[in-house]
Ligand binder design. Structure first.
Ligand SMILES: Cc1cc2nc3c(=O)[nH]c(=O)nc-3n(C[C@H](O)[C@H](O)[C@H](O)COP(=O)(O)OP(=O)(O)OC[C@H]3O[C@@H](n4cnc5c(N)ncnc54)[C@H](O)[C@@H]3O)c2cc1C
Length: 331
């Protein structure tokens, strides 16, 4: 066992994927999809050799349907590239794992990913409408529902794909529900006396119907991590009260006036009901948002040192270093 594939191929469409799978089926060799390489479970490792399918060739947006608020893509597109494309239509895919720079749609389905905005929009399953999968017998099938919302009896084969990690076949296309790009976004931080207050506060706020799109309750250690990052970035101590032992970060998004109201109301709830204090130094809060969402906080020594940044997000396109590239047409 050497954990390396015998060959690496890059399909550009479903037909090519069918062609590759036929070869694997005929010769009874394993076929392993490899996308961004950021998966934590080792599912993209060709531990029995065989054919590695590098999905970066499946990187096209096939349709943006503004009327039905859906997008149809090939499965190897990264979430970051897809959202840049959608932004031109004032739309976005709310499903955003922190690894969005490298993480692809196909792998996100395969790994049942969660998202920074999960408290509001759910996980990938909640926006996935249908998908095309090439099974181990080289059959291309579409599973799932049409774009319009509907319900029916019958087995939900689409659900089987979620978290299947490529074991049921290779996803080549997917149609996903998208939402309007928010007009405004605000981020806030609230210092609390204990972690329990951040958790109960978050629960209270989520039940209040405010325009909250993400929440992050942090213990003392994490609070120190953010103050450390602040110190590194600005060369000064953030001004925090002695009693602060936990921090709740929130982001709000939607229409401008709704966001303004939500921020104001959330602050009143946290201060009046949970004895919290709003973080005055907004740079500290922006530091959290940079690390969580923009992934741009340069002196981020403790979380992802610069030396690891490339390893964590730069795996896409590395499959070729793992085995010999073979042209699909030659198979
Ligand atoms: C720094 C960092 C931050 C992360 N943040 C999050 C986060 O916020 N939320 C979260 O849920 N996860 C997160 N992850 C985990 C990881 O990014 C996700 O699990 C992601 O889905 C992996 O995508 P990938 O494109 O890198 O896939 P890979 O690692 O290449 O593959 C993952 C699995 O999916 C299979 N696969 C790939 N493409 C297909 C396809 N087309 N059809 C079928 N199967 C396929 C592979 O065979 C493998 O089993 C993070 C990881 C890192 C390193």
């Amino acid at each position: 066992m050497n954990d390396l594939p015998d060959i690496v191929v890059i399909p550009n469409n479903t037909q090519e994927m069918v062609r590759i799978t036929k070869v694997a089926y005929r010769h009874e060799v394993p076929l392993v999809p490899f996308a961004g390489g950021t998966g934590m479970g080792g599912g993209a490792v060709a531990w029995k050799g065989g054919i590695m399918v590098e999905t970066k060739g499946l990187n096209r947006v096939l349709e943006i349907d503004e009327q039905n608020m859906t997008v149809t893509v090939q499965s190897g597109i990264t979430i970051e590239v897809l959202n840049a494309e959608l932004a031109r239509h004032k739309l976005w895919l709310s499903h955003q794992p922190e690894s969005k720079q490298a993480c692809t749609i196909g792998a996100s389905v395969g790994c049942d990913n969660d998202s920074t905005f999960g408290v509001r929009y759910g996980k990938i399953r909640d926006c996935l409408l249908n998908a095309v999968i090439v099974t181990g017998r080289a059959e291309a099938i579409r599973v799932g529902q049409r774009k319009a919302s509907f319900s029916s009896t019958g087995y939900k084969f689409l659900d089987l794909l979620v978290a299947s990690e490529g074991t049921l076949g290779t996803i080549t296309e997917a149609t996903l529900r998208v939402v309007p790009l928010p007009e405004a976004r605000e981020v806030r931080g609230y210092l609390c006396r204990c972690l329990n207050d951040t958790a109960r506060g978050l629960e209270r706020l989520l039940g209040s119907g405010l325009a909250i799109e993400s929440g992050h309750a942090n213990c003392r250690n994490r609070l120190h991590f953010y103050t450390h990052s602040y110190r590194e970035r600005y060369g000064r101590e953030p001004q925090l009260p002695e009693w602060a032992d936990a921090i709740l970060f929130l982001s709000f998004a939607g229409d401008r006036d709704i966001v303004a109201f939500s921020v104001d109301k959330a602050t009143r709830i946290m201060v009046d009901e949970f004895n919290a204090e709003r973080v005055g130094e907004q740079e500290l809060v922006e530091g959290w948002w940079d690390s969580k969402h923009r992934l741009e906080f340069v002196p981020f020594k403790q979380k992802w040192p610069d030396s690891q940044r490339q390893k964590k997000f730069g795996a896409a396109g590395m499959a070729g270093e793992l085995g010999t590239f073979v042209d699909v047409q030659s198979l």
